[in-house]
Ligand binder design. Structure first.
Ligand code: ADP
Length: 274
């Protein structure tokens, strides 16, 4: 498809329609290939926790007269259930990103609401790892965009911060307004004290399915799609996502998004006019 698209691009102006059709087709094929990959990958990832849950439930039944064993198996069932939840969440995020008509539903979105939703999403893991969440500077900030997509993006960053950090560490979420030539930007930085990302992998972590340590990622229900979703959302909003990291010390992911000129939430304000 690539060669075809390239030759079509240099075609004379008279064949503009053909050119558009050919480019459309290649893009459609590319998306279809990504979708196929994705379905194959996720189906494979889903099999692991489902298989484990089925074995563990049998083990619980066999061990019904050994309360200690039952408790142990139940604990492992809970871990597998968390993995399943997190995989399903990634599927939901991806469909949100693919189906929504990009910026069609853009509106002013409160940053502290996005943060609350993101924290809620990994509350269970954060509590069991005794990770402290510290939020600052997010009040009264509004970004312009698609609420569902923005929630998916920030949710993924916070989820990663929790997943790739050891117990009893701190995850910080900081918001601020930054002046920029094309209009003010809102910066949301998610900082962890986790394992960090080796320099050689830092560029590639935003690619679909790329994982520094697949075994570790899988253990937390990761598919390698989260950061690809974040990057996609940032770009479609005219923003960006960047990473700073020091191996063994932690990482900071910074999301920069256009500020909403209109500073109110359309969902909670009463309809205009008498
Ligand atoms: P995954 O589903 O594997 O978490 P992501 O696309 O969200 O996929 O992230 C890609 C990879 O980047 C992860 O597998 C992990 O190796 C690395 N990574 C992402 N966030 C962090 C973080 N906060 N600290 C350390 N490594 C991270």
């Amino acid at each position: 498809g690539e060669a075809l698209a390239v030759s079509a691009r240099v075609a004379p102006l008279g064949s503009r329609l053909v050119l558009l059709l050919v480019e459309d087709l290649t893009e459609a094929r590319r998306i279809e290939a990504v979708r196929r990959d994705f379905v194959a990958n996720v189906s494979h990832e889903l099999k692991t926790p489902v298989g484990a849950l089925s074995l563990l439930s049998e083990a619980v039944m066999d061990a019904s007269d050994d309360p200690e064993a039952v408790e142990r198996f139940a604990g492992r069932m809970q871990i597998e259930a968390t993995r399943l939840t997190s995989l399903v969440q990634e599927l939901i995020d991806l469909s949100r990103v693919q189906n929504d008509d990009q910026m069609e539903d853009a509106e002013p979105v409160r940053v502290d609401e996005l943060v609350a939703e993101a924290i809620d999403r990994c509350r269970h893991t954060a509590t069991s790892k005794q990770i402290t969440m510290a939020v600052g500077g997010t009040a009264a900030l509004y970004v312009w965009g698609n609420r569902g997509q923005l929630a998916a993006a920030l949710g993924n960053l916070v989820e990663n911060a929790v997943n790739y950090s050891p117990a009893r560490t701190r995850v910080g979420i900081a918001g601020r307004r930054v002046a920029a030539p094309g209009g003010d930007l809102i910066e949301i930085a998610v900082t962890d004290q986790g394992i960090g990302i080796p320099e050689k992998d830092r560029e590639r972590i935003f690619e679909r399915f790329y994982r520094v340590d697949p075994a570790r990622s899988r253990a937390t229900g990761g598919t390698g799609l989260g950061l690809a979703i974040v990057k996609h959302v940032a770009a479609s909003h005219g923003g960006e996502v960047t990473v700073w990291s020091s191996e063994g010390q932690g990482s900071t992911f910074t999301l920069r998004l256009p500020e909403s000129a209109e500073k109110r939430d359309r969902r909670t304000t009463p309809a205009d006019g008498p």
